[in-house]
Each structure stands twice: as C-alpha cells, then as structure tokens.
Write a protein that binds this ligand. Structure first.
Ligand SMILES: [Zn+2]
Length: 372
C-alpha cells in the first residue's frame, strides 16, 4: 500500500486528503439486491445496463456537481459487493463531476429474515460469504484494494462490514474477522452498518480482538445512539479508545415517528412516487424536538474532547427496490444534497456550531480516509 500511504484511495487513484473538502461518509449511488423483474437475488456483479448508466449520468451527475457549491468534493460509496455498480461507472461519474468517490469492498450484514429487502431465507447473505473461508474472504478484499475490482484499475479505498443486532451471526463474525485482517494488511478504514444499541460494542470488540486500531473504524448509523443521553456514556468510552461514530438517515426516523404523515407516504409510494413532498421537510417544529437531542449529544461529545470522532452522512442514493430505478423511495429529495440544503441548516438553527460542523464534515473525514 506504499503508493497510497497518507493519501485517499479514490476511484481515480490516490488523492491528497485536503482535496476532499466536506465528505459525506456513507452514500449509495447504486444499490440493488434483486433483479425485480425476474425476482432474482443478485450474487454476481455485472456491468450496468445502458439504461441504468444513462440514468445515473442524467440524474446523479447534476446532483453530485451541486455538492461543490456546498464545499463538498467527495463521498464514500458504502455499498458492498455484489450490489454496487460496475467499478468503471464510478470512474465515469467521478470524471464527469470531479467528485472524489471512495469505493467500499466488504460484506453486508446477514439480514433479519422477513424484514428489509430479503424475500427468501436463502437470500439472507451473499452466498460467497457462506462458501469462502476467512482467508479467502480476506484475500478477496485485499485484492480489490491493492489490485483493482473485476480486473479494472479501479480500486476500493475502504472496507464495509455490518451486523444489525448485538449478537452477531456466525457468518457476520466471519466477515468481521476477514475485514479486520484486510484492514491490517492494507491500512484503509473500516465503515460499518450498525443499527441496534449494543451492536457497536459487538463490532468494536471483535475488531479490537483482531488487532485493528479503533481509530481506523467508523461505526455507522449511530445518530440515535448519540442522541440518547443514557447511552452516550458507552459511545464516549469507545471514542476514548479511538472509535469514530457516523450519524445518517436523519429523515427516516422523522417519518416513522409521525403517524399522520406516514400513511400518505405509503400511498404515494404505492403509486410509484420516487420522492416525498417538500413540505414534509425537516423544518417542522416536531423535527426540532426530535433532533435537538442529537445536537445536544454532539455538543457534549465536543465538550468531552471527543469531537474528532464524529462524522456525517445521508445514506441516500439510487435503487430500484420493487419499482423503477430511481432515488431511494424512503429518503427525502434529493439524494446527496439534502444534507446541505435541509439537515445542516436545521441543525444550525438548533445550535450546531460552525466549528463542530467543520470538524464532522472536513477535518475528521480527512484524517480518517487516508491510508495509514
Ligand atoms: Zn447504507
């Protein structure tokens, strides 16, 4: 990894961290677990169809370009194989927009049966994860970071791992061991999917046991963890040991917590709407109530001297999920820019300070992302 040491490994190759500007640490330009027309679980990455490529060039390119106006020049593509887009498509998108893209290799969680995207028990995880040994999985990741993906020159610059509940499954444990070993061999950072309280502790415990420097780990989707005053102690303990925490999906909780709006949303989604009406944005009074505990949590973490462990993302992007390929139906408009147009202004109104914002969006990602 000497060629990229101290640099960020993007789809165009190593770049200096200062070139990134503000960084969204967890997005999905392309994530599809099924071929919906044929009801097929995707187990092998293939080049994008001409339609899909044209769609992303038409829809995502202008959206990505707008990020520059907010000081954002990079994002982390948190979609693992085999549900990512073909690597050269990211290269094309980055060349069109000048937005640096950091691709992840890695393995997704073993999904809870009957929830989320899984339709059949056998679809609960990418079959390769079940078949391969830890050594094979490790080599698979290292190859994508050091050589390139699918024989292209495009390399992954981060490792994605995930589990949803504190007791990890056997297969999830295997992926975490492989991810940890690949991290130590390559020096890229690990970013995780972590939703339930306590899952952060399971993840960090196993990574620590494998000898990963916890400064090289970002625990994902933990805005709710940080917002809970009683739970913050646990998060701060891990931060003192080096671990970083990423808040995302600030809108999903908002919609789920408002009964009166969730019904029409479902109706619109059934009609094929690929976005939610603007008036349901973040400025509603209840939203302030909902997210001020997170802003309070951020203040407290900075006051405790751990503000260098916080980063932000949106978890937005494009998918088909039972409908035509388009923006994720459960996220507000628009992919990527919503963080800057809506979430950050609302957080500033709740008291988020410029220094805190700069640390979370620029300083911290620029420290975490370079290969070490
Ligand atoms: Zn995600």
């Amino acid at each position: 990894m000497t060629d990229a040491h101290g640099q960020v490994l993007t789809v165009r190759g190593p770049v200096p961290p200062a070139a990134l500007g503000a960084v969204m640490m967890h997005e999905h330009m392309h994530i599809d677990m099924y071929r919906w027309q044929t009801d097929e679980f995707i187990t092998k990455e293939e080049p994008a169809t001409p339609e899909r490529r044209a769609y992303l060039l038409r829809e995502a390119v202008p959206r990505l370009r707008q990020l520059h106006g907010f000081g954002g020049h990079a994002y982390v593509e948190a979609t693992p194989e085999p549900w990512r887009a073909w690597p050269t498509l990211y290269r094309e998108l980055t060349d069109e927009t000048d937005i640096h893209i950091i691709l992840c290799c890695g393995f997704y969680r073993e999904v809870e049966i009957g929830t989320y995207w899984v339709k059949r028990p056998e679809d609960r995880i990418w079959p390769y994860v079940a078949e391969a040994s830890i050594e094979e999985l490790t080599d698979h990741l290292v190859g994508q970071i050091t050589q390139g993906i699918h024989g292209t020159a495009v390399r992954a610059g981060a490792i994605k791992l995930g589990c949803s509940q504190p007791p990890m499954t056997e297969l999830e444990l295997k992926t975490f061991r492989a991810g940890a070993r690949a991290q130590k061999k390559t020096g890229v950072h690990i970013t995780t999917h972590c939703n339930r309280l306590g899952a952060e502790t399971s993840q960090l415990t196993i990574l620590d046991e494998e000898g990963v420097d916890l400064n090289r780990v970002v625990i994902g989707h933990t805005g709710a963890h940080i917002a809970l005053p009683d739970y913050r102690k646990t998060i701060l303990e891990w931060m003192k040991r080096g671990a970083n925490f990423l808040s995302t999906n600030l809108e999903i909780a908002y919609l789920r917590n408002r009964q009166e709006t969730s019904r029409p949303v479902v109706k619109w989604m059934k009609r094929g709407a690929s976005f939610l009406p603007r008036k349901m944005g973040i400025y509603h009074g209840r939203q302030e109530k909902k997210w001020s505990p997170l802003v309070e949590g951020i203040h407290e973490i900075f006051a405790a001297g751990q503000g260098d462990k916080l980063v932000l993302g949106l978890d937005s992007g494009y998918t088909s999920e039972s409908q035509n390929f388009g923006p994720m139906p459960y996220m507000p408009p628009h992919p990527f820019t919503f963080l800057f147009t809506d979430i950050l202004p609302a957080f500033r109104a709740m008291g988020l300070e410029p220094g805190e914002e700069k640390a979370m969006l620029e300083t911290n990602p620029q420290r975490i992302l370079p290969v070490q």
